[in-house]
Design a protein around this ligand. Structure first.
Ligand code: ADP
Ligand code: 5GP
Length: 214
């Protein structure tokens, strides 16, 4: 049977909601199921971040070149920096039938949905605003000023939640990871995602029926 292409999923959420943590755990548990796209960004690496693992850290000039050469599937500005999704990796993995996850903010998510309407959109939030603030401050990677800017940006992002398909409340990490995994596995059972299988079945059944009439 010919394989369908993989499912493209976008995971967005407030800064500090735990998207990165959920994705890391999902890939640890199910490395064969998912390919996580690595974005380019013009922001500086946080302590512990490695070039080519969390992001490809590039200059504004390199970013501009990539956009001009149309090497990015989408890109957006976020609190003073640019972020973008390299096109080649996503297209390659989808063609191989692997599910690809983009962990990107809302402007990028909407652009992806417009280009690829079958994309699954998930929005991650902590159980409360207090917990969001606690996690963002507790992560200790941003200055108080940047934390304030990110919380203000969260207020804007909140107005776009209705465009998403699923709300993921990241309270207890392991159950949240399982929820994401089961949503994505269930997506595979949707009729429109199984056209190749269904058409092959239809053809074989039609051939059988033809033989019976003879
Ligand atoms: P994001 O990628 O959305 O900006 P992170 O994954 O960096 O968020 O998580 C922000 C902080 O919250 C980190 O310190 C992380 O360890 C913590 N965190 C993530 N998920 C949970 C959870 N379910 N319960 C408690 N803390 C969490
Ligand atoms: P952070 O600086 O916390 O790693 O990321 C800031 C925001 O940028 C997050 O909302 C993250 O999802 C988003 N982001 C990361 N990569 C991309 C990307 O390639 N495109 C877009 N549009 N947003 C991204």
């Amino acid at each position: 049977m010919k394989a369908q292409t993989g499912i493209l999923t976008v995971v967005s959420g407030f800064s500090g909601s735990g998207k990165g943590t959920i994705m890391k755990r999902l890939l640890e548990k199910y490395p064969q199921n998912y390919a996580l796209s690595i974005s380019v960004t013009t922001r500086d690496p946080r302590p512990g971040e490695v070039d080519g693992r969390e992001y490809f850290f590039i200059t504004e000039k390199q970013f501009e070149e990539m956009t001009q050469k149309e090497e990015l599937l989408e890109f957006a500005g976020y609190v003073g920096h640019h972020y973008g999704t390299p096109k080649a990796y996503v297209q390659e993995q989808l063609a191989k039938g692997r599910d690809v996850i983009l962990e990107i903010e809302i402007q990028g998510a909407l652009k992806i949905k417009e280009k690829y309407p079958d994309t699954v959109l998930m929005f991650v939030t902590p159980p409360s605003f207090a917990e969001l603030e606690h996690r963002l401050v507790g992560r200790g990677t941003e200055s108080p000023e940047v934390v304030r800017q990110r919380l203000c940006r969260a207020g804007e992002e909140c107005n776009g939640i209705e465009a998403y398909d699923y709300l993921i409340i990241n309270d207890e990490l392991e159950s949240c990871v399982e929820q994401v995994h089961s949503i994505l596995q269930n997506e595979h059972t949707k009729i429109f995602r199984n056209e190749i299988f269904i058409n092959e079945m239809k053809t074989e059944l039609a051939e059988y029926a033809k033989g019976e009439q003879l």
